[in-house]
Design a binder for this molecule. Structure first.
Ligand code: NAD
Ligand code: ZN
Length: 255
């Protein structure tokens, strides 16, 4: 166990801030055991790149292949738990009056961490890329709670007969407008913006950090590696979010 030293002026800033945004990416869930898009895929799926499965073209070409990949990822998500990074973000939310979490993750682990710590109202999560546990019709958008994964073909919508698909944003698709608009608004009005475990190359999420910075927010980045954003950040902490975030919470709020 090593201990980071955080600059005193950063600690003061975090103690007095009333408006904070955290943007998270796949790196935050890495320590829960979920792979980022940059990690190689496992076993059965080794031969595919996520970009070749997570697109409308891929679904049109081979819907069953795409469905099965998501069914496998859904099970992987169900099998894991939030990690100390997820919990630390809930602790921050408890202490900062106006807190918004914007995530590119589709795993729902932020919400699970908040539920586990029994924090509800103060934990606002905007999901930019949807949620892998939700399933909807690819034609009429009707959501479905139950379906059969063990069929020869992709299960169909009970309303219109269209193919079911995960309610996630695929490459080339638009982001949910309400979530994106709220995210832009939050980024523009915050005092402190955290970018955590995201490669900063997937747009428009990456541009939120710049929007915040241009409006005068302090930009803090936590990542295992430097990213295109690092040079713009006021503070960069290199390492695992599941280690750095709890240390930061401890250093600032003594919790
Ligand atoms: P990415 O895979 O492009 O980048 C992950 C980033 O996390 C990298 O910069 C890496 O250096 C960093 N990282 C890895 N482990 C870390 C750790 N323990 N602590 C801190 N940083 C760590 O992911 P992205 O930027 O989120 O964007 C790619 C897309 O991947 C998104 O659209 C997202 O929807 C999707 N995705 C989501 C999940 C999930 O929901 N868990 C998993 C894989 C991919
Ligand atoms: Zn339908």
């Amino acid at each position: 166990m090593w201990t980071l030293t955080f600059p005193p002026e950063l600690i003061t800033l975090l103690l007095r801030t009333s408006n904070l945004v955290a943007l998270t990416g796949a790196g935050v869930s890495q320590e829960s055991g979920l792979r980022t898009f940059r990690d190689a895929q496992d076993g059965l799926w080794k031969q595919y790149k996520p970009e070749d499965l997570a697109s409308p073209q891929a679904f049109a070409r081979d819907p069953k292949l795409v469905w099965d990949w998501y069914a496998w990822r859904r099970e992987a998500v169900k099998a894991v738990r939030p990690n100390p990074g997820h919990y630390a973000l809930v602790e921050i939310a408890k202490r900062v009056p106006n807190f918004t979490l914007i995530t590119q993750n589709v795993d729902g682990l932020h919400q699970l961490a908040a539920q586990t710590l029994k924090v509800f109202e103060t934990f606002r999560v905007l999901e930019l890329h949807g949620n892998i546990q939700r399933v909807r019709c690819s034609e009429c958008y009707t959501f479905t709670e139950t379906w059969d994964d063990d069929t020869e073909s992709v299960p169909r919508c009970e309303v219109c007969g269209g193919l079911l698909r995960p309610d996630v944003v695929w490459f080339g698709e638009a982001l949910p407008r309400d979530q994106l608009e709220a995210a832009v608004e939050a980024a523009r009005s915050c005092e402190v913006f955290f970018s955590i475990g995201t490669s900063g190359v997937v747009q428009p999420a990456a541009s939120l950090a710049y929007a915040a910075r241009n409006r005068g927010a302090t930009l803090i980045e936590i990542n295992a590696e430097p990213t295109p954003l690092t040079l713009k950040a006021n503070y960069f902490f290199q390492g695992k979010s599941g280690e750095i975030l709890p240390e930061l919470v401890e250093a600032v709020w003594g919790a």
